[in-house]
Design a protein around this ligand. Structure first.
Ligand SMILES: Cc1cc2nc3c(=O)[nH]c(=O)nc-3n(C[C@H](O)[C@H](O)[C@H](O)COP(=O)(O)O)c2cc1C
Length: 336
């Protein structure tokens, strides 16, 4: 007899797809989602995902092998679609027989979905619109994550609750769909399962687990923060595009605004051309997440965090977090 009968019943399809006890993914977080956190998530019955980020194929190869040495449970790999060595990275996943590959950061380029399926891997994708989601399923995607603007990291403009209401009635009957963004407690999981989701993906709630290698200063910044501290990067000038990122407000975010004003002024004066100006903006945050997560520079680094950060108040082992989420979810479903 399971401790979570109602939750397990609603998660059954997602858990079968992932090969896990619980249909709870820990979304890939660059620098944070490495072997230790990923293995801990999978060992706790969830689904850990390695964040490949900008890793080379050699580094990814090592990371997968090291993760597999820490867990015999399934885990996945998240690849950024614009990585210049995407197909070599897929080849590395093939060599390790990675069960699930998450393609993030844009529309999967031609041949990528096929290359993953060719070695028997399952493909998980993101889609900002319903039309694109349907197209990706037609092109062979096996599962979808819908991620709302409450999430930490790179985000779209629409909230999780709206995306869920728009996508789930159209897709959930025939497809495996996971919901991400803003989930801090089990009652949130229960709500999306009842709406038809096969499972959920969380990042912020797991980022500061005991097993996470994030710097103590990064974790302390999370424990101090409230939901309203997790703000999105602001675009100052329409000529200088800024991809919205949700992170904790700090000196770096203020300096980024000042930098945009400065570069816009240089553009007006004709001191720099458009390409050079856009490059200056793009380069501002280069290495910023690493500075925060690894070096602990929470003032000038990018402390990516979702709005659920206010519900992260102390360091706990992954197993304890998973237990709390499942217990809360079951209680919410039992009350219903
Ligand atoms: C510090 C941090 C880094 C992240 N890095 C990535 C990444 O490299 N690739 C990715 O697809 N998503 C990334 N995300 C998004 C997470 O995978 C996940 O979808 C998101 O955190 C879920 O929303 P939540 O933060 O509200 O739980 C990141 C999130 C955080 C908080």
């Amino acid at each position: 007899m399971t401790a979570y009968p109602k939750t397990d019943a609603l998660m059954a399809r997602g858990a079968a797809f992932l090969g896990t006890e619980h249909a709870v993914l820990c979304g890939a977080m660059s620098w944070v989602s490495e072997r230790h956190l990923v293995a801990a998530i999978s060992n706790a019955g969830g689904f850990g995902v390695i964040a490949c980020g900008a890793m080379t194929p050699e580094l990814l190869d090592k990371e997968i092998a090291a993760t597999a040495a820490l867990t015999d449970k399934p885990f996945g790999v998240n690849l950024i679609t614009m990585h210049p060595a995407l197909f070599d990275l897929i080849e590395v996943c093939a060599r390790h027989r990675v069960g699930h590959v998450v393609l993030a950061g844009g529309i999967p380029p031609k041949g990528s979905v096929e290359a993953i399926k060719a070695f028997g891997g399952k493909v998980i994708v993101f889609a900002p619109t319903l039309a694109l989601a349907k197209k990706l399923f037609r092109s062979g995607a096996d599962a979808l994550v819908i991620e709302g603007s409450e999430a930490g990291g790179h985000i779209g403009p629409v909230s999780t609750s709206v995306l869920a209401q728009e996508f789930l009635p159209e897709l959930a009957a025939d497809h495996v769909v996971f919901v991400a963004g803003g989930i801090g407690r089990g009652m949130g999981i229960a709500a999306y399962l009842e709406m038809g989701a096969s499972g959920v993906q969380l990042g912020t709630r797991f980022a500061c687990a005991t097993e996470s290698i994030a710097h103590p200063a990064f974790k302390a910044a999370f424990f101090r923060a409230n939901a309203r501290d997790a703000i999105t990067s602001v675009q100052v000038d329409p000529r200088l595009p800024v991809i919205p990122v949700r992170a904790l407000r700090n000196k770096g975010s203020e300096e980024f605004t000042a930098k945009q004003i400065e570069v816009a002024k240089l553009l007006d004066e004709g001191t720099v051309d458009m390409a050079a100006a856009q490059l200056q903006i793009e380069h501002f945050w280069a290495g910023a997440l690493r500075r925060a997560v690894i070096d602990g520079d929470v003032e000038r680094g990018s402390v990516m965090a979702g709005q659920s950060v206010g519900m992260v108040t102390k360091e706990e082992p992954v197993a304890a977090i998973m237990d709390a989420l499942m217990t809360e979810c079951e209680a919410a479903l039992t009350r219903a």
